[in-house]
Write a protein that binds this ligand. Sequence first.
Ligand SMILES: Cc1cc2nc3c(=O)[nH]c(=O)nc-3n(C[C@H](O)[C@H](O)[C@H](O)COP(=O)(O)OP(=O)(O)OC[C@H]3O[C@@H](n4cnc5c(N)ncnc54)[C@H](O)[C@@H]3O)c2cc1C
Length: 407
Amino acid sequence: MAANILVVGGGPGGASCAYWLARNGLDVHLVEKKTYPREKACGDGLTPRAIKQLLDMGFDFDSLDLHRVDGLRAYAGDLKIEMPWPEHSIYPNWGATMRRADLDGIVAGLAETEGATVEQGTTAMPILEDDKVVGVTLSRDDEERTVHPDFVVIADGSNSRFGRGVGASRRKDYPYGLAVRAYYTSPLSMDPFIESQLDIRDKEGNAMPGYGWVFPLGDGEINIGAGLVSTFKGWKDVNTSHILDAYIHSLPDHWKVTDVTPHTKPIGGKLPMSLSVGPKVGRNWMLVGDASGAVNPFNGEGIDYAYETGRMAATHLADAATGNEDALANYVTALDDAYGDYHRVARVFVKAIGNPMVMRSLTTVGLRSQSLMEWTLKVMANLLDPDEARMSEHIYNAIERTVNVRK
Ligand SMILES: Cc1cc2nc3c(=O)[nH]c(=O)nc-3n(C[C@H](O)[C@H](O)[C@H](O)COP(=O)(O)OP(=O)(O)OC[C@H]3O[C@@H](n4cnc5c(N)ncnc54)[C@H](O)[C@@H]3O)c2cc1C
């Protein structure tokens, strides 16, 4: 009998996994505890890597009122640098912004079109025996039922109660982020550049640990957010809402934000990074997306990696469904092949910039050239071309040396 697969969570990781499983002809049932359109704390920023995954899933960019993004604007001290997304042989040279409340339901709908069953408003919890999920309790309103899938894909996001229920946990020595966002009105909502700021000051001009972003949504609103990483000195004592406040009050004038009252209450969330959660697989389950800690430590992006890990998990599950007993272990190897080296360098980088002196010297001295910034963007957004990737070890070593020298 054909294997049946349960996907827990209908964010980017779960929806992409369900899409690729269904497209491979597998019997897939996705459960999402909320109902679309559902809010998700996010910058709503889609990098070229995310766009590539959406294009591959047949996402119809043309019929939607989606805001295209040409590149990133960043600041190095008082210098403002605009960097277009690089030309790449695999990824498009454009990104976008789109509210997660709209995006995630559409992608789940693509999975449904391919044949997946999508059940909303349903919470899943595991029944575990010897590292095997022998059943899953599905709760919907006041009703409860138990299903017995052959395999379970755990894509329940950064809180990952289901993941913890099967024994997965986060490595505490790996970086970890917290971020918060809110929506504001700006006449510059059509700006084709997303913007980031690594140097945030409080009212007295003192440096604050953390970073900020402005992602224009093209509909009169902008998404403003702030975050910080666990490698930043004193991070546990810093409230992300205070960083957001400080950032909004020192926002560059060109955004023309006259009313600093957000339209909706700011909401925040966790950013588990560098594939810090494990084990990634058990006897019949696998972790994808934030549940596996897939966020890129360099820049806090996780939508693209959730799509990518969901797709990789689907490939290996299709293999497992044909009886290959090594297929789940092969997923772990594939993750390491795809991201291992990159994350090793990213961890060194975020550890180094956690030191305010290193951060200051990078933003005021180290990165004050357009070409160096463009290279930095390519590395931070994981957009080195395969040709350049052959040189990646040298590039990564150079970054490692640069941040170590500045410590
Ligand atoms: C403030 C903030 C800003 C961010 N900005 C960006 C950005 O601009 N660009 C970017 O690329 N990344 C960004 N990220 C990261 C990005 O949001 C995540 O990496 C991404 O959402 C991960 O997708 P996922 O599918 O793994 O998890 P999620 O998107 O969290 O989806 C998990 C889903 O599982 C459901 N679920 C949970 N438990 C259960 C259960 N037991 N049963 C059924 N369903 C369940 C949840 O309701 C949810 O819908 C940001 C994160 C934060 C916190």
